[in-house]
Ligand binder design. Sequence first.
Ligand SMILES: Nc1ncnc2c1ncn2[C@@H]1O[C@H](COP(=O)(O)OP(=O)(O)OP(=O)(O)O)[C@@H](O)[C@H]1O
Length: 452
Amino acid sequence: MKMNKDSKKLLVVEDDPGLQKQLRWSFDNCEVIVASDRESALAQVRRHEPAVVTMDLGLPPDPDGASEGLATLQQILALTPDIKVIVLTGNQNRANALKAIDLGAYDFHQKPFDASVLNLIVDRAFYLHQLQRENRKLLQSCSASPISDFITGDPNMIKICQQIERVASSDVTVTLLGESGTGKEVLAKALHQLSNRKKKRLIAVNCAAIPETLLEAELFGYEKGAFTGAAKQTPGKIELAQEGTFFLDEVGDLPLSLQAKLLRFLQERVIERVGGREEIPMDVRIVCATHRDLRAMIGSGTFREDLYYRLCEISIPIPALRDRVGDAILLAHHFKNQFYAKEKRQSLNFSQDALDAIDSHHWPGNVREIENCIKRAVIMAEGPQITAEDLGLQPANVSSQPATLREARDKVECETLVKALARVDGNIARAAELLGVTRPTLYDLMNRHGLK
Ligand SMILES: Nc1ncnc2c1ncn2[C@@H]1O[C@H](COP(=O)(O)OP(=O)(O)OP(=O)(O)O)[C@@H](O)[C@H]1O
């Protein structure tokens, strides 16, 4: 990764004019900006947004201590959490150097400084900063989800989000099928938000959370005196969703007795309150969700087939998190950023073993599990890094860090050669033909991959 001098801005925070000059001369491959106290350092950070800072901890008014330096460090990091600060300390000052690292400094170097070593450290810091920036760009472009608060980069899931976008504006009944914690509720809300009904209400009822005896009154409402305790006329949840969207969550848990009543409502678009005679015409859009296998339930006689077809005018299967490529890490970054902003922590990143562990974990609880796991880790992590241990996850056996593109290509190339050679029983001319290369090229390739 080559960067030109102009793109490498280094801020030198140093109060001694002699050292300032010396440091300026030491870095001839970057643009050096200087500051001699906290105030000017912060002003320069705001103005130039340098990627790397070298900083003397002994700044005025505390040139012999480290209090001013550490305070400056904290403010710089609060302003730009990604900045790489290298702390310069006196020989006796190891404790303060470690304190600085604990606060989020990138590295430290002892005075009197060694220009060539310091240059190496600074270069590495620029490199890391650049990598992190590119990584973030990549993450942003990966998250191509058309539904703004639904994070995904998985091509299959993106297609599903696009389907949801498309059906949102129509009035068809949509049923979202998927494991618990896959985001069905988020998607149901998106269906409402993206529809023409968004100015009206979205009312949700979770069939699994309400006892069977109360569910009918909850859904359809009741008249005064309909049953003991029915003190006044009360509209049901469906009625409250008039002109809006009604979300029936865990519809697979709806008891058979109510399935008939729901079917009637879906067919005739009227409701009758419990104990009432009046038919109330309804204009609502219905969205359902369930983690149950409704077809299997039809087979076992616990779900009505006619209701199934009414509900699943369009059914959308939502894949489990483990089936979405790359999403676990994308979501981990998303939740980490969300929670760490709330916790007001300085700077917090995942260690390599944490990323490997996230990638290889099975996530049986899907997005909800990852959300809780990251929330806990942000609170538990002691330093500027979240480790696999903070996540409470098993470290991965093998690093799942992506191979370079070259490694990936090499692997596929080698496998293709082996397969082609096997298919033609080692006949070079025919293998070359099959692979669409000349014989000399094939020999070269075989040599490169050590194939005989
Ligand atoms: N792709 C996503 N991006 C960001 N947050 C998500 C995503 N998917 C789910 N979440 C969050 O994960 C949690 C669980 O999602 P949600 O409640 O929508 O799942 P569900 O499928 O309805 O689960 P259940 O069937 O158990 O009710 C919520 O806090 C939700 O905000």
